[in-house]
Design a protein around this ligand. Structure first.
Ligand SMILES: NC(=O)c1ccc[n+]([C@@H]2O[C@H](COP(=O)([O-])OP(=O)(O)OC[C@H]3O[C@@H](n4cnc5c(N)ncnc54)[C@H](OP(=O)(O)O)[C@@H]3O)[C@@H](O)[C@H]2O)c1
Length: 219
């Protein structure tokens, strides 16, 4: 493949939400779900998250899984405007380099500030990050073969629309959050027609307690 294999991992409620409408509830998976996330991180060379998720979750450092790795996965943040909390813990956490993918929308001041915090800030598009281009760059420049995306919904949507998602890991949790404004696994623009929708086939399903672990593979 000319780009890394891309896998998304998300926990969602039984009504398909990934956070509450007021964004106060951001995590609701069990210990088994967390262990699943760490196992997926172990298999990845890079972990990608959106600025929305990072800013909403101050404790997230995208650290490696339980198995010590000679080369821990790169930490990558997607932020077209560069509105990433400069005081976020991720910039103080030891480990693999933190890269930021951004666009020409970023202001020069912001670019300078983020360059002083992150290993690299790469401009990968005019208005939106061009993920095909960004993934090629990650493969060529950083040797990324397997990338794990941990959301959120806007970032996932951009990856689906770019046609670069190979696998979706979904943990269905036995709660209902409801709320029209509550985000789902793919926000943003979405697909206007069924024929264009991202299509997957069910690769595996596993039940642990009251949670369902589903793995979909690109059809
Ligand atoms: N349940 C779960 O498994 C799970 C997982 C992750 C997140 N969450 C929750 O989901 C919520 C966050 O989701 P979200 O959809 O609001 O945010 P998000 O997808 O994490 O981040 C959105 C931001 O990412 C940047 N971005 C994404 N795609 C881009 C593109 N193609 N080009 C340029 N920039 C792009 C933009 O940053 P700029 O605005 O800087 O341009 C955008 O505002 C939080 O409440 C979080 O806790 C839940």
């Amino acid at each position: 493949m000319m780009r890394p294999h891309v896998s998304i991992n998300m926990a969602m409620t039984a009504d398909g939400k990934i956070a509450s409408a007021n964004r106060a509830v951001t995590t609701f998976g069990s210990r088994a779900d967390h262990a699943h996330l760490l196992t997926l991180r172990d298999k990845a060379d890079a972990i990608l998250t959106g600025a929305g998720t990072l800013n909403a979750q101050p404790q997230v450092t995208l650290g490696p899984g339980p198995k010590p790795k000679a080369k821990p996965p790169l930490r990558i943040i997607a932020s077209g405007s560069g509105q990433v909390n400069a005081r976020h813990k991720i910039f103080r956490a030891l480990g693999a380099p933190t890269l930021i993918l951004t666009t020409e929308r970023i202001s020069p001041t912001r670019l300078m500030e983020l360059r002083s915090l992150a290993g690299v800030v790469e401009i990968c598009g005019k208005e939106e990050i061009d993920f095909k281009r960004a993934l090629k760059w990650l493969q060529k420049k950083w040797g990324v073969k397997r990338l794990l995306c941990e959301g959120g919904g806007q970032l996932n949507d951009a990856l689906f629309r770019a046609g670069v998602v190979d696998e979706v890991n979904l943990t269905v949790c036995p709660i209902i959050l409801g709320g029209r404004e509550a985000p789902t696994i793919a926000e943003g623009l979405g697909f206007a027609q069924l024929k264009d929708a991202a299509q997957f086939s069910l690769k595996s399903r596993r039940q642990v307690g009251d949670e369902l672990f589903l793995v979909y593979r690109k059809a």
